[in-house]
Design a protein. Structure first.
Length: 661
């Protein structure tokens, strides 16, 4: 972590266990032995995601008892999403593609591919960052390159064959991305550490040019003009490297990028410290050498193109993450400095301002030909629009596509219905807060009674015509009811009632509401094996229960036309209903509108502090549990509290059972 003053501190805060350093004996099975890591904004929210790819590894792990075993890593590509709180959660996972390598995975970890390099960039220029993964095979066998196209929403398609073809290399073990031919589009180069000849484009370290649509075509050494050899580098550098023996750093990893922001790529040579003896007059070890290219004099501006902040989204009345950048070049595609560029936003409808109320801003290009706008903030109207950048003497304009989104929903509470703030899988939970539900729903709220999914035996993940969805630990929940506080006196706050998905994860997980295309910040809840809760009658403290004839248990004073209540009698078997008891012995089908099965063990139930026999306990419909219990003979007339313990967890205090004599 950089404090901005050149000081760095080491931390694993926010990193998932799959990524964070941990002692070997604490590895879970299967773990991911990370061979390569890449970072980049994969969802366009301005925050970098982390991509990892595994190495074919049989790591020796020692458990707490001191016993050792070779555990085969689960070989995958994974993407971890950046959350606003700085933590990362897994958003996508894919198995290593057998079809690329055609190499079987050997159970002892001695064969197969291992990731050596990941690079993230918008290779096909569609506004979404893609991934390139280099898999090395070892033992003189071919290495392979994989191209994963970003399809949005953390979904990636393997486009290797279609847009890249099949490339095999026996030496390259890293990928370097840069604009090699000055067309503003990232090309890539396969590099090999510690080559005897540090060539920039040779048969051993080929350069691939990008046609702008993600088609990557290999460039032969003769096509690129001069190839730099170690001798060329020594001759160009001169002192302090008069002899090749003093410059073995040329075996290392030469890179090309614009080191000094003058619009021209420079050569950077990194020394790994192998067999290195400093030349006379040099103290210690020199780690980096650079060859600065001299930019040619700029000519007349002839082209302007968007090169930063091209496609962005922001909530209304908030600033966009990235400033807009436009690059000006001459006819030879050289950067042109000191050119005034004007950025213009729409003056009506969805738009924004640069400073105060200004919809127009001017910036001057730097030495790299880049003009950077001031910070741009969305106005209060939602929708897509374009900002145009123009420069005098250039007929075309650069275009930036921005979208103003509704204010994000904000979750303030998640509770099991009739229970506490800890939740369990297959539980009915209530989510409350502000701005959760869009306008336009009835004052009485909206439920799932008209959902078409029921005709095929499934539960709905959203309600008809209402763009509201909920995920718990990244998995979709099933939406039953929504209520908007601004339109209804029944809801003090916006409320969404959902059935949590089947997920045996234990611990803190994120709950996210997505409404109108905008996601809330993750609300962290504790997911337990069980979280017992009991629904109550209306605004009372009496739990929902029935007699054998299905009439309702409760004081007679609660009776209304069509709903008859009567107290329970001592010794009577009554049925009470609850939520949050977890899985029955019978397997449940995710999303099925039919559930049934007995719990593996009966809960421990007390009424009025007296333990009661539980005749039956199980799930009878999605997320609804039935407990048949016998009311103790010793209870006096009156209201008695019910307490339930299951899987080591207790229900919340408060539910009452009315008993009469």
């Amino acid at each position: 972590m950089n404090d901005g003053k050149g000081r760095f501190t080491e931390t694993v805060r926010g990193l998932p266990p799959e990524m964070a350093w941990t002692p070997a004996w604490k590895f879970n099975v299967p773990f991911q032995s990370v061979g390569a890591v890449g970072a980049g904004d994969l969802d366009g929210d301005g925050m970098p995601e982390i991509a990892t790819a595994s190495y074919n590894s049989g790591d020796w792990v020692v458990d707490v008892d001191g016993k050792g075993a070779s555990l085969l890593s689960e070989r995958t590509i994974r993407v971890f999403r950046a959350n606003p709180d700085g933590a990362y959660t897994e958003a996508w996972r894919s198995r290593i593609p057998n079809e690329i390598a055609g190499i079987p995975y050997l159970g002892d970890g001695s064969g197969g591919l291992g990731a050596a390099s990941i690079q993230i960039a918008d290779l096909d220029q569609d506004g979404r960052s893609d991934m390139l993964v280099l898999w090395e095979n070892g033992g003189g066998r071919p290495n392979f390159v994989e191209f994963l196209k970003n399809q949005g929403n953390f979904q990636f398609a393997d486009m290797t064959q279609r847009q890249f073809g099949t490339y095999q290399s026996r030496t390259a073990n890293m990928i370097q991305l840069n604009d090699s031919n000055g067309d503003g589009i990232p090309d890539f180069q396969l590099r090999e550490a510690n080559l005897e000849t540090a060539a920039l484009a040779t048969a051993r370290t080929p350069l691939f040019l990008n046609d702008g649509a993600g088609h990557l075509l290999p460039l032969k050494p003769g096509d690129s003009g001069r190839s730099w050899t170690s001798g060329d580098m020594v001759a160009a550098l001169g002192p302090p490297c008069p002899r090749l023996a003093d410059c073995v750093w040329v075996r290392s990893m030469p890179m090309m990028f614009d080191l000094n922001s003058d619009g021209v790529r420079d050569l950077v040579l990194i020394d790994h410290g192998m067999q290195y003896s400093p030349p006379p007059g040099v103290q210690g070890t020199v780690d980096v050498y650079t060859l600065l290219a001299q930019p040619p004099p700029a000519a007349i501006p002839s082209a302007i193109a968007p090169t930063g902040g091209i496609r962005q989204r922001a909530s209304i009345n908030t600033a966009f993450f990235a400033r807009l950048q436009a690059t000006v070049r001459d006819s030879a595609r050289r950067a042109v400095p000191n050119v005034a560029v004007t950025f213009r936003a729409p003056t009506a409808g969805a738009s924004g301002v640069f400073a105060g109320t200004a919809t127009v801003a001017t910036a001057v290009t730097n030495a790299a030909g880049i003009a950077t706008s001031p910070i741009f903030s969305a106005n209060g109207l939602t929708g897509p629009y374009q900002i145009l950048a123009e420069a005098s003497g250039i007929n075309v304009r650069a275009s930036f596509s921005l979208t103003n989104l509704p204010s994000p929903p904000i979750i303030s509470a998640v509770n099991v219905a009739g229970g506490g703030s800890d939740i369990a899988q297959n539980s009915w939970v209530e989510i409350r807060s502000t701005n959760l539900v869009p306008a336009g729903i009835p004052a009485s709220g909206l439920d799932w009674s008209g959902a078409p999914e029921f005709t095929s035996g499934h539960l709905p993940e959203s309600l008809p015509g209402l763009p509201v969805t909920v995920t718990v630990n990244g998995r979709p929940a099933y939406v039953y009811f929504v209520c908007r506080a601004a339109a209804s006196s029944q809801c003090a706050m916006d409320q969404i009632n959902v059935l949590t998905p089947l997920d045996d994860t234990l611990g803190v997980v994120p709950a996210v509401v997505r409404a109108g295309g905008v996601s809330s910040e993750p609300f962290l809840v504790n997911l337990r094996a069980a979280a017992p809760g009991f629904p109550l009658v209306g605004g009372t403290r009496y739990l929902v229960a029935t007699h054998a004839d299905y009439s309702l248990v409760g004081p007679s004073s609660l009776s209304t036309p069509g709903y008859h209540f009567a107290p329970a009698s001592p010794g009577e078997i009554i049925t009470i209903y609850g939520f949050g008891f977890g899985l029955p012995t019978a397997a449940l089908t995710p999303g099925s509108s039919s559930q049934s099965g007995a719990l593996p063990i009966p809960p421990a139930v007390e009424i009025g502090g007296v333990p009661v026999p539980v005749i039956f306990a199980g799930v009878v419909s999605p997320g609804l549990y039935q407990l048949n219990v016998r009311v103790p003979d010793t209870l006096q007339e009156g209201d008695h509290p019910l307490r339930c313990i299951y899987a080591g967890f207790s229900s919340a205090a408060g539910p009452l059972v009315a008993v009469g004599r």
